[in-house]
Design a protein around this ligand. Structure first.
Ligand SMILES: [Zn+2]
Length: 238
């Protein structure tokens, strides 16, 4: 299984926060944009708690919209939409599942990208995966199957909005502990770094930040000759 698609694919990235696409799989998205695929972002919150109280959530929400647009432009993304739900309080409700089904039926992507809801400890040594990431992954996978492709789910979307059932051909699940696809993304790692640096409110000192991201090369490669990878659980419906 690879991303060696023969025709231009429509790719919809649905994640919780501004900066999640670039952190989780930015080098892959940049590689896909450069290969001529069409990428759209749909982010569920505006990341209004991604700070320490220096600025208000409303101000942070405003600046994170702009930062996400700038980062997406570096990656080569065609459109960015934010649902502006409150950061940190995301839940996999039926209402949110309907919103995601609506987005999938509106955009009709070939490929959908999200993150793994089961990954509670993404690092062997550090931290807990943010609940928004886990609940976003959960509600998005639940929207893909069995809802988006079955007209009996949320029939009001067809009745009132004319949105027909649609299942993406493949779902690429990032930030997973159970990958079945590993991409060598060394060629677009610089693009990922440039895009991430647009998230100015999130990265602290940009020089230290860049050093940290450059350090994410494979254990077998070196600082002088680094190899970078991004891993996914790919689920096929085609
Ligand atoms: Zn996040």
């Amino acid at each position: 299984m690879t991303d060696n698609w023969q025709t231009s694919q429509k790719i919809l990235v649905i994640l919780a926060h501004p900066d999640d696409p670039e952190f989780f799989c930015g080098a892959t998205l940049a590689r896909w944009a450069r290969a001529g695929h069409e990428i759209h972002y749909f982010l569920l919150t505006c990341g209004d708690k991604g700070g320490n109280g220096d600025v208000t959530p409303a101000e942070l929400c405003h600046s994170r919209h702009a930062e996400q647009q700038a980062a997406a432009a570096v990656i080569g993304v065609e459109s960015v939409r934010l649902l502006d739900l409150e950061d940190g309080y995301l839940l996999p409700t039926l209402d949110l599942r309907r919103e995601v089904v609506r987005a999938i039926r509106q955009e009709k992507p070939d490929i959908l990208v999200t993150c793994d809801p089961t990954n509670l400890f993404p690092s062997t040594t550090y931290g807990i995966n943010h609940p928004d990431h886990r609940y976003a992954g959960q509600v998005i996978l639940d929207a893909v199957f069995p809802a988006a492709g079955n007209p009996l789910f949320f029939p009001e979307l067809l009745r009132d909005e004319g949105l027909e059932a649609h299942t993406p051909r493949q779902v690429w699940v990032a930030l997973t502990a159970q990958p079945n696809v590993t991409l060598d993304v060394t060629e677009t790692w610089e693009v990922k770094i440039r895009a991430l640096k647009e998230h100015k409110s999130q990265i602290g000192d940009p020089i230290e930040f860049e050093k940290r991201i450059r350090g994410w090369h494979t254990a077998e490669s070196t600082d002088e000759d680094p190899i970078y990878e991004e891993k996914f659980r790919v689920v096929r419906f085609d």
